[in-house]
Design a protein around this ligand. Structure first.
Ligand SMILES: [Zn+2]
Ligand SMILES: [Zn+2]
Length: 272
């Protein structure tokens, strides 16, 4: 499965997933023109888009969904809570409502949805599964990582996981206290510490690609996230492609495939 993070963070989120001729966007936080442009820079064509799958109604995840859906005549998959809390006009735009903790099929892709905890109506994270069984998990905007989410994301070949803020930077930063409290709450976003703890629980033998997403521009640094994850991966001895998703340009194209049975000596890594 090809995965191309086109934009990641509070200024817009969009992830392109493509396998066996089916392509979907998970979140559509960019308008049609910018989405098309970013796809072109990574050699993908928006005309192949089959559907948009939305995690929740916040503007940075849904801003371009309606215009993209109308322009390219594709449906938007979302929970009832997300639809009702959004401004999407279901009479004019094709929508498909799914329930959290169920699975649905879009072309050759299977999408498994799991409820997340965040200050939104009925937010979701996803595992997208290809015909050959390759599984890619995408989870962002989590106030807290529930057992259900850990169970859901276990055994993925590729994981795109939120690492929003450094707690000290957030505490001492310029955000108003009310916003700091919201971000730090169980309905806000994951700190780097929470995120690395969760990733540690999710590191399975299958994991081939790990990409940290939705980093705060104001309250985080790529170098902090990179250091923490490098330490974790070094400790576990896992050989994993590691990346940090960018906000203002595509991060590249990850070719996530099922890891073949292979006996690599412990400590031999191909990081960075
Ligand atoms: Zn967000
Ligand atoms: Zn959100």
């Amino acid at each position: 499965m090809l995965v191309a993070p086109l934009s990641s963070g509070s200024a817009g989120n969009a992830y392109w997933l493509e396998s066996d001729g089916t392509a979907i966007l998970v979140d559509a936080g960019l308008g049609p023109r910018e989405t098309k442009k970013r796809l072109e820079t990574v050699g993908r064509e928006i005309e192949h888009l089959a559907a948009i799958v939305v995690t929740h109604e916040h503007y940075d995840h849904i801003r371009g969904a309606e215009s993209l859906a109308r322009k390219y005549q594709v449906p938007i998959y979302l929970t009832r809570g997300t639809l009702n809390a959004s401004r999407i006009d279901a009479a004019e735009t094709k929508t498909v409502v799914f329930d959290n903790d169920t699975s649905f099929t879009i072309g050759e892709l299977q999408v498994h949805a799991c409820k997340t905890i965040h200050d939104a109506a009925d937010p979701a994270c996803f595992v997208v599964e290809a015909r050959d069984g390759t599984r890619v998990g995408i989870a962002s905007d989590l106030g807290y990582v529930s057992q259900d989410v850990v169970r859901h994301l276990s055994g993925c070949d590729g994981l795109f996981f939120e690492s929003n803020h450094d707690l000290d930077m957030l505490r001492t930063g310029t955000y108003p206290w009310s916003l700091k409290r919201r971000i730090m709450s169980r309905f806000g976003h994951l700190s780097n510490d929470d995120s690395v703890n969760a990733v540690q629980r999710l590191l399975g033998a299958e994991l081939k690609t790990l990409c940290m997403i939705h980093l705060s521009q104001k309250n985080n640094h790529e170098s902090i996230v990179r250091d923490m994850c490098t330490r974790l991966l070094r400790r576990t001895g896992a050989s994993i492609d590691f990346a940090i998703a960018k906000q203002f340009e595509p991060t590249g194209v990850f070719d996530v495939a099922r890891r073949r049975e292979r006996k690599a000596p412990l400590g031999q890594m191909s990081l960075f």
